[in-house]
Write a protein that binds this ligand. Sequence first.
Ligand code: GLN
Length: 197
Amino acid sequence: MGAPLIGVLALQGAFREHQRALEACGASTRLVRLPEDLEGLDGLVIPGGESTTMIALMRRMGLLEPVREAVERGLPTLGTCAGMIVLARRITDGLPDQESLAALDITVRRNGYGRQVDSFETELEVRDLEGGPFPGVFIRAPLVLDPGNAQVLASHQGRPVAVRQGRVMALAFHPELSGDLRLHREFLELVEGARAA
Ligand code: GLN
């Protein structure tokens, strides 16, 4: 098997940084802007940015349903920050009737860390991650009110900030801005597991 091909949703937000991080880990990448860009992917990253805009653009580009189906069929997917919101089943403080992919059984509150701490950096203990704490860069991050059936991989002040359910991983923070590639590698391991299955 050659390098895995990871799609990075590139409608808006921090997609270039994810692309760079994935390539630094040895993956091939493709920017996803159209439904046909999903063809043949081994994994998908939904970046940070602005979740309401991202979802509106996904709908406009005809990507919402194809992405939903691909994730449902088991495409390994990593969502960060806004990407976590896009994947969440329940969203509070979004737009009325904010749509989502509903791929992760979590409840999130948009911008849930409040104004004073709207951006911050903190060290996170991530389950089974070797090499010490992970630098968590939070920017107007979603607050996970309830992880539902998702497995919690890391918490901050008693709230989940990294979760996984099956082949879907979501982080409330921005690993692509931290200069630490360990969580991208972790995701690529999940991708390799799915390819080998
Ligand atoms: N607050 C943004 C949203 O609601 C997420 C911020 C981010 O991705 N850095 O989508």
